[in-house]
Design a protein around this ligand. Sequence first.
Ligand code: GAR
Length: 227
Amino acid sequence: MATKVFPNNVSLVVLISGDGSNLQAIIDAINNDQLEAEVKAVISNRSTAHGLKRAVKANIPTHVIDHKDYPTREAFDQAMIQIIDPLQPDLIILAGFMRILSEHFINHYQHRLINVHPSLLPKYKGLNTHQQAIDNKDSIHGSSVHFVSHELDSGPVVIQAEIAVLKTDSAKDLAAKVLNVEHKIYPLAIKMFAQKRISFDGKQIQLDNKPLKKPLRWKNDKLTEIN
Ligand code: GAR
């Protein structure tokens, strides 16, 4: 049988803390040949994270590194680095990873550390983003895929997805709608990185060798703006 050649194959390590539905979307995109990537390992800081089961089912090696076993944030991050570095991933993917990372970790993986955050950044950094959108009577909410910088939930945004907020929506409804678009934009952003269409030099994202002036926008199931 002919061997498949993957010119745009990127290797990933995915960090999770919970359900791992974004991890699943990445696994599905790879299995459906929409994304040329390999998940080398999944690391969770919680042994009960459902995402670990998803990884095992997909034959991906898993590691539990419980932050409670380490005296400092730096020591916890160093334990992750010891797992990640030998794998030499092209990208480290934060997918519902609910720990603040140390400066050392962020520096160590600068240019190749990305996150998905459930808001239209710079709006609503931190937690409870869906409730904040409701409390502020926003009509549009969404999610952002961004490179990670030192400030929490900051760093240049690659793609933002918008969802409409209905007056009847609860925070739970918004969380479900946001996850639904995240499952599209996160694999897409990784794909653009794999295709070398997107890169990050620590300050500026480049798209097709030109500075990305504003985030790509995902609306009604497609990218609506490119630079
Ligand atoms: C996602 O909505 C993600 O944006 C959010 O947690 C959820 C994880 O879902 N991340 C953050 O809030 C990080 N600041 P998942 O475990 O099903 O992928």
